[in-house]
Design a protein around this ligand. Structure first.
Ligand code: IMP
Ligand code: MG
Length: 185
């Protein structure tokens, strides 16, 4: 595998900026969920790093669960297309105050699908918290209640977001130079 420095175009959001903003988001959530029955739902796998850092600053009592969706009909390093559930929750969400924790909203298709699907299970409330928002790429409109950063239409990696499943560990959000990146064979 290549070292990420070989195809790094730029660091879009550095570690300190990420951590400062995540703490602010958690403080907003702490204020809004007093007296509620908060359930954080992380959409695997991109949301994991964000979830863990966010929940360490959440002081209201809450539960955590995970779900996974896959999109198909699109190539690698693309999103959109149709979406289906590949891993369901363990928790019964009826009467819970559900907050979806996502790495990035791009076309909006994934989150729109998940919202529609979860709504049928009748949670008490259902909101969206995304670290990154690529508004320019939106195909399906979705309401975002907590947004870390709006970003330009560039393919990013690091901090949970992958390039062909690698580089999720990096502590910052980086832009890939696709001319220099060699996908694994
Ligand atoms: P959407 O359905 O188009 O909103 O896509 C959402 C999913 O596509 C995200 O949860 C990511 O997994 C993936 N994705 C979209 N843009 C990027 C990116 O720039 N880097 C890495 N993954 C991305
Ligand atoms: Mg994701």
């Amino acid at each position: 595998m290549q070292d990420y420095k070989d195809f790094l175009a730029e660091i879009l959001i550095d570690e300190q900026t990420l951590q400062t903003r995540i703490k602010e988001l958690a403080e907003e959530i702490n204020r809004d969920y007093i007296g509620k029955d908060l359930l954080l739902i992380c959409i695997l796998r991109g949301g994991i790093v964000f979830l863990v850092d966010l929940m360490r600053h959440i002081t209201v009592p809450h539960q955590v669960d995970f779900m996974a969706v896959s999109s198909y009909g699109t190539g690698a390093r693309q999103s959109g297309g149709s979406v289906r559930l590949s891993l369901d929750l363990k928790t019964d969400i009826r009467s819970k105050d559900v907050l979806l924790v996502e790495d990035i909203v791009d076309s909006g298709n994934t989150i729109a699908y998940v919202l529609e699907f979860l709504q049928t299970r009748q949670p008490h409330s259902l909101k969206v918290c995304t670290l990154l928002d690529k508004e320019e790429r939106r195909e399906t409109s979705v309401q975002i209640h907590y947004r870390g950063f709006s970003i330009p239409n560039k393919f990013v990696f690091g901090y949970g977001l992958d390039l062909d499943e690698y580089y999720r560990n990096l502590p910052f959000i980086a832009v890939v130079d696709l001319k220099k990146y060699q996908p694994p064979s």
